[in-house]
Design a protein around this ligand. Structure first.
Ligand code: TPP
Ligand code: SF4
Ligand code: MG
Length: 346
């Protein structure tokens, strides 16, 4: 058993961690982590002036040494990563001003390891708790969470609603593929009623959360829902969410053909995207519709956008007010001491 030591002590690191992560003899990090050349296999157009894949404007947002991604063929994770990188690129945000926080699951891999910025890959369901700590200590950073329905709406559901209630300036992109994808397709809090999954082989008898509506009701400043079919609207919504002060949340309906689609008769991405297209309805068109008319529909668009006091701002204000009060108290105490020493002649 190792003694409990200071984790940032270099000696401790050398003794206990370095041997574990050392590369095998002769191997470079590239051979350990990926193909080493993310562009291997691309058809390169050698005609003069043709744009080369290595010049793709989004490539420098990615950790190239770990590409290609481990997402299954047709997974919506790639679309979300692409849309997110495009949003950041268009907004001209320097990735050094961002921290991406994530939990556990396929969707958690979108920012970590693939997006090249400071990333915090935390325990299952705890991304928002870790992110809140980052935001309080580094309020100038953009703190963005990307993770799955199981992670954020399931095990981390309580963190989600309370962060929305506090209105802390975090941006959450919840990738809702209706399932615990990474672990093989267990029922999640967003699995549709009646759907077959590995843990509900007959049918799901639980009703799903309408998670975007819950977050809106809990007090978030911006809430929207889009699908991977609506890549352009999703990208704009991501930008609005990132720009909104306070808690912002976008539910991204995404396809997992492998752990979910194949069990519900949609074994490939195209079928799932068609279904997203055909069952989506814009929120503006739903005002006069009853709940039964909305059954089975995906309501997309902006649920709420409002302005409320943000948590870190309130904390800073308290610090500021308290500092002024303390300074006044101290200068009052000094004055009192000076007067009394003059009176006593000491
Ligand atoms: C505390 C804990 N419980 C369970 C697991 C196992 N686990 C890993 S990923 C995962 C499901 C993730 O589902 P979701 O967040 O929806 O992400 P997806 O893979 O669908 O993108 C589970 C249950 C874990 N890692 N830690
Ligand atoms: S299991 Fe599903 S969510 Fe995970 S990588 Fe494969 S398709 Fe994507
Ligand atoms: Mg999921």
């Amino acid at each position: 058993m190792h003694n409990l030591r200071n984790l940032i002590d270099p000696e401790f690191y050398e003794a206990f961690y370095a041997p574990d992560i050392a590369e095998p003899d002769g191997a470079t990090p590239a051979t350990v982590y990926g193909s080493g050349d993310p562009l291997a296999g691309f058809d390169v157009d050698n005609t003069e002036g043709a744009r080369q894949p290595s010049q793709h404007r989004l490539l420098h947002y990615l950790r190239r040494e770990i590409l290609p991604t481990t997402f299954c063929v047709g997974c919506g994770g790639g679309t979300v990563l692409n849309t997110f990188a495009t949003a950041i690129d268009e907004m001209k945000i320097d990735p050094r001003d961002m921290v991406c926080v994530t939990g556990i699951g396929c969707s958690s891999w979108i920012p970590s390891p693939y997006f090249l910025c400071d990333t915090l890959h935390t325990t299952h369901g705890r991304a928002i708790a870790f992110a809140s700590g980052v935001k309080v200590m580094k309020p100038e950073m953009k703190v963005i969470i990307i993770a799955g329905d199981g992670d954020i709406a399931g095990i981390g559901g309580n963190h989600l609603i309370h962060a929305a209630r506090r209105n802390i300036d975090l941006t959450v992109f919840l990738v809702n593929n209706f399932i615990y994808g990474m672990t093989g397709g267990q029922v999640s809090p967003t699995t549709p009623f009646g759907a077959r999954t590995t843990t509900s082989p007959y049918r799901n008898v639980e009703h799903p959360f309408k998670i975007a509506e819950i977050v809106a009701a809990a007090g978030a400043s911006y809430v929207a829902r889009w699908t991977t079919y609506h890549a352009f609207q999703l990208m704009e919504s991501m930008q609005t969410a990132i720009n909104t002060p306070g808690f912002s949340f976008v539910e991204i309906i995404s396809q997992c053909p492998v752990s979910f689609g194949k069990l519900v008769g949609m074994p490939d991405a195209v079928t799932m995207l068609r279904q997203f297209r055909d069952t989506s309805i814009h929120i503006d068109e739903t005002r006069d519709m009853s709940e039964s008319e909305l059954e089975g529909k995906i309501v997309v668009g902006k649920m709420i956008q409002r302005s409320r006091t943000e948590l870190c701002e309130s904390l800073r204000q308290i610090n500021h007010d308290r500092k002024i009060e303390l300074e006044k108290e101290l200068s009052g105490a000094h004055k009192k001491r000076d007067t009394s020493s003059m009176e006593t002649g000491r």
